[in-house]
Design a protein around this ligand. Structure first.
Ligand SMILES: [Zn+2]
Ligand SMILES: [Zn+2]
Length: 183
């Protein structure tokens, strides 16, 4: 994918042990995440990290935080949420790739692309189940009304009379066999 954020490592490129502090506001484009759900970033996000020249490459440690918007799994409304997550990655020069482990990242020239690092960290932090609130009532499966704001008669009409009868019946049964001996 197109790089969203690149770090210019030129100032510390030939200086092993040197550290560069980075503080940046980042704008992310909307993304389609796991399960085809649309992740809308509310920009900008805040990135704070340290890039260290570790001689064989560069180490990035820091955190990224910001707000995003997702669709509630129950009521299908957009809602806003916030996350903060740690990032940690080592970047090795691309010509060392023959000894590269799978999780390692590479760079060439004087720039490292933090895009995959950032997006993976963010994606890992987003919950599997997304609810606008823990007690979201969702939509009525019959008429589709948003039960957080309205009530509908669907459940009452199909449910209530029978439920009432059932409860009454249970009450009678319970009373009969529940230890009180019949006279
Ligand atoms: Zn909801
Ligand atoms: Zn309904």
């Amino acid at each position: 994918m197109e790089p969203i954020f690149m770090v210019d490592i030129f100032p510390i490129k030939d200086l092993p042990g040197e550290i560069m502090e980075i503080q940046e506001e980042i704008d992310f484009p909307d993304l389609t995440g796991a399960g085809n759900r649309l992740l809308k970033f509310i920009n900008p996000w805040d990135l704070k990290c340290q890039v260290t020249n570790i001689n064989k490459g560069f180490q990035v440690i820091g955190k990224i935080e910001g707000y995003y918007e997702l669709v509630c799994d129950r009521c299908l409304k957009n809602f806003k949420s916030y996350l903060e997550t740690e990032i940690f990655d080592n970047f090795l020069p691309v010509h060392n790739s023959y000894e590269q482990e799978e999780e390692e990242r590479v760079f060439s020239g004087a720039k490292i692309d933090l895009t995959p690092t950032l997006l993976e960290a963010i994606n890992l932090k987003i919950p599997i189940k997304n609810l606008c609130s823990q007690d979201c009532q969702g939509l009525c499966p019959v008429c589709g009304v948003d039960l957080n704001f309205k009530t509908c008669d669907c459940q009452k009409e199909t449910f209530d009379p029978r439920l009432a009868k059932l409860l009454k019946w249970k009450e009678l049964e319970g009373g009969g066999s529940g230890g009180q001996s019949k006279r």
